[in-house]
Design a protein. Structure first.
Length: 184
């Protein structure tokens, strides 16, 4: 089940708060609940993606990106996600999710969510996503310019460049397979 109450709680905390820069790190403090666990009694790998959703919405709201996107009648879409797990999160432990925008290209925005406890990074979820409006995907630079932010991305880390290329290769492979089978 989707943790709607956590999402609401994380964003209610922003009422009256100042907007932060789109390149700033935002933090959400959460706690592990029994429904987050798998059979190994640690946070389920799929739950990391769901908790990253909460942190991403918090980042959207904190930076004003959500308001700008809604003004364009655009909704956020995750195209791809990458997860790295380093250490267990166990029941009732509290932790922070630190979210930051790493950069963007002509189509995708790249965000990183770090799961942190006692100063240690326990896991990372990275996403590449778009805002889809009535006329299709919005260019990240167009969305950022509507906020009065710079439209030039900071240099992307090499691991993001490599991952993005891999995602594009897989997408092309799937399109080719669909074309061969007549589905496209």
């Amino acid at each position: 089940m989707y943790p709607w109450l956590r999402l609401i709680h994380a964003n209610l905390a922003l009422l009256g708060a100042q907007r932060v820069d789109t390149l700033a790190i935002t933090r959400v403090r959460l706690r592990v609940w029994p429904n987050d666990l798998d059979f190994n009694l640690h946070v389920n790998n799929g739950r990391y993606l769901t908790l990253a959703d909460i942190a991403r919405m918090h980042w959207f709201m904190s930076t004003g990106v959500w308001e700008a996107a809604r003004g364009s009648r655009a909704i956020p879409i995750v195209g791809d996600a990458l997860a790295k797990f380093r250490k267990d999160l166990r029941v009732f432990q509290s932790f922070d999710i630190e979210t930051r925008m790493l950069g963007w290209d002509h189509r995708w925005g790249f965000l990183e969510h770090r799961f942190v406890r006692a100063g240690r990074v326990l896991g990372v979820v990275a996403i590449r996503g778009v805002f889809k409006g009535p006329d299709g995907p919005m260019e990240p630079s167009a969305l950022l310019s509507s906020l009065g932010k710079p439209t030039q991305s900071p240099p992307l880390p090499q691991w993001i460049v490599d991952w993005n290329a891999g995602c594009e290769s897989l997408s092309q492979l799937l399109r080719d397979e669909e074309q061969e089978t007549g589905l496209r």
